[in-house]
Design a protein around this ligand. Structure first.
Ligand code: PGA
Length: 255
């Protein structure tokens, strides 16, 4: 059986109103439910999560964009892993570069990933370099992020782990600014090699690896086939219901 592609919609702080969110959710759900080779995950902002609670299906799941790393702690403004699991959330983005920019360290990301796994949900752990220097020092950055952000995750949980490669320089632009499929391929190989060195080859093959950063309808198929990744993390284009549906359909046809 061929492995389903995982396509994650990261709505970030959008849309501005609940009625708009309902429309977007309904359209993405309708598109995703028709496709047997894709697993869609929709990650709305926290205020809308309760509205879509338990609306996930096997093909279209509900995800969250962040989480706190403990269930019981006095921390104003945070959301616990337990609360997310209770709403039927199956995937949680951790360590997105926009959160790391607000001060989240590898250590915190690792704690969040472990907490998510403990509640039976799947972390979508983001890594990515700020820029690609010619000497390839960004490989070192990625290696350190992998080492630090995965610390404490049990080998037996690696099958539940999703790692999203999201180079910061490629986020929020258009298809021609995205990382090129051959470079994504190379990075994916590097990531598996790093995991092999840190753990073992079987563990290294276990996590799904996604790519994110200016994925649109136009580059979806190439990134999935030539890029060799198991799926996509989609930001701004997941807010365009028509384009997002087209991307899901493309993903469904990639072997
Ligand atoms: P983008 O964002 O698709 O808008 O580039 C991806 C992300 O930040 O997850």
């Amino acid at each position: 059986m061929r492995k389903k592609k995982l396509v994650v919609a990261n709505w970030k702080m959008n849309p501005a109103t609940l009625p708009e969110a309902r429309v977007l959710f309904a359209r993405a759900t309708r598109a995703g439910s028709r496709l047997e080779n894709v697993q869609t995950v929709i990650c709305p902002p926290f205020p809308y999560l309760g509205v879509f609670a338990h609306r996930g299906t096997t093909r279209v799941r509900l995800g969250a964009q962040d989480v706190f790393w403990q269930n019981s702690a006095r921390v104003t403004g945070e959301v616990s892993p337990e609360q997310l699991a209770d709403l039927g959330v199956s995937h949680v983005i951790v360590g997105h570069s926009e959160r790391r920019a607000l001060g989240e360290s590898d250590e915190i990301v690792a704690k969040k990933a472990v907490a998510v796994l403990k509640e039976g949900m799947r972390p979508i752990l983001c890594i990515g370099e700020k820029e690609r220097d010619e000497d390839g020092r960004y490989f070192e950055t990625l290696k350190n992020q992998i080492k630090g952000s995965l610390a404490g995750i049990r080998r037996s949980d690696f099958r539940e782990l999703v790692i999203a490669y999201e180079p910061l320089w490629a986020i929020g632009k258009s298809a021609r600014d995205a990382c090129q499929p051959r470079d994504i391929r190379e990075t994916e190989i590097f990531m598996r090699k790093t995991l092999t060195d840190l753990y073992d080859s079987e563990t290294a093959q276990a996590p799904a690896i996604l790519y994110g950063g200016s994925v649109e309808g136009e580059n979806t198929a190439a990134i999935l086939s030539e890029g060799g990744v198991g799926g996509l993390l989609v930001g701004h284009k997941s807010l365009d219901a028509e384009e997002f549906s087209a991307m899901l359909k493309e993903a469904n046809t990639v072997a």
